[in-house]
Design a protein around this ligand. Structure first.
Ligand SMILES: C[S@@+](CC[C@H](N)C(=O)[O-])C[C@H]1O[C@@H](n2cnc3c(N)ncnc32)[C@H](O)[C@@H]1O
Length: 311
């Protein structure tokens, strides 16, 4: 029986979509004649349910819960976790599974060459826009150890942005604990999309054009929020002065593409939306503004830069 922590009990949505994607992978690959020629001979199974000579990696396995969800389908799963105390938890959770090997190591130091190529890489080092976790560098490094038709779960990510006026001047995730007050001031723009099987440049930069439209402010995060102590008084918050509209940030929202069929928006445990400030500007309804957004994927939130280019 796998140990489930309290946070994982709250993590139903995230685990449900990963389970579905892993199940779908197994169903659609069960009858395929997979190439075993690279096998080092360690990978054998009599179990009909398992893919022929199949290998999966779970990179950054955390508690091991995704390895557990995949354990019915593969001859071997290699579950790698660099954090010592998290690894201990994974090791305890996974030790009764004969087909799972838990390894306490940085994925970047792992010797993939010693193993056959894999059918599947599961890598859930996700966070909003892939900035603060190492999903992209880890996959850029490890996807060459996939079989020709191998897959990655999740398969990719779609990032969108909305212009906002918010009551903070620092970066903030919108999670259970902190609910900044903000007003959405324009239509959501998809500004990047990545497929993890592609080579991805970790240095990301783009220019996002928004059309300011205060009708979206009706759909804003409204005053039903509990206000964080650090927030200013709601009553002097909103927004118009002299018929101008103040804009001072963007809200980034990531949608995780588990596979071709499953796209998951933010959940409490997966990619909560992020509010990123920029210098305050005053605009008219209908104005277009252009914002440069740049960051390093896997480089941490301190790499995020915003610049107002023109109004
Ligand atoms: C968001 S957690 C996900 C845990 C797990 N996959 C799950 O679904 O519950 C990401 C995990 O990746 C681990 N990690 C981050 N960078 C790593 C690296 N370079 N090598 C190995 N593990 C890493 C972290 O310690 C963390 O436990």
């Amino acid at each position: 029986m796998i140990l489930i922590t309290l946070s994982f009990l709250r993590d139903y949505e995230r685990l449900a979509v990963f389970k579905e994607a892993i199940d779908e992978f197994a169903i659609s690959n069960l009858d395929k004649d997979l190439d075993c020629s690279n096998s080092n001979g360690d990978i054998n199974s009599d179990d009909d349910k398992k893919l022929d000579c199949s290998l999966a990696y779970d990179l950054g396995c955390g508690s091991g819960v995704l390895s557990y969800l995949a354990s019915d389908y593969f001859d071997k799963i290699i579950s790698i976790e660099q954090n010592r105390s998290i690894f201990k938890c994974a090791n305890k959770n996974l030790k009764s599974f004969d087909n799972i090997e838990a390894i306490n190591q940085n994925v970047l130091d792992f010797d993939f060459e010693n193993y056959p190529k894999a059918d599947l890489i599961i890598c859930e080092m996700l966070d909003t826009a892939l900035i603060d976790e190492e999903e992209v560098p880890i996959l850029n490094h490890s996807k060459k150890y996939l079989k020709e038709n191998g897959k990655i779960i999740p398969q990719g990510i779609i990032n969108s942005a909305e212009p906002v006026f918010m009551n903070i001047d620092y970066l903030q995730y919108e999670d259970d604990e902190y609910q900044p007050i903000y007003e959405i001031l324009g239509k959501s723009v998809i500004y990047s999309e990545f497929e993890f099987l592609d080579d991805i440049d970790e240095d990301f930069s783009c220019i996002i054009e928004f059309e300011i439209d205060d009708k979206y402010s009706d759909k804003k995060t409204d005053a039903s929020f509990e206000v964080d102590d650090r927030c200013s008084d709601k009553t002097d918050y909103f927004n118009k002065s002299n018929d101008k509209i103040k804009v001072n940030g963007i809200k980034l929202t990531s949608f995780t593409k588990l596979n071709e069929n499953i796209i998951c928006g933010p959940t409490p445990m997966l990619n909560p939306a992020m509010l990123v400030p920029f210098e305050e500007i005053e605009v008219n309804n209908g104005d277009k503004i252009r914002i440069r957004l740049s960051y390093v994927m896997g480089g941490g939130v301190e790499t995020i830069k915003t610049e107002v280019l023109d109004v």
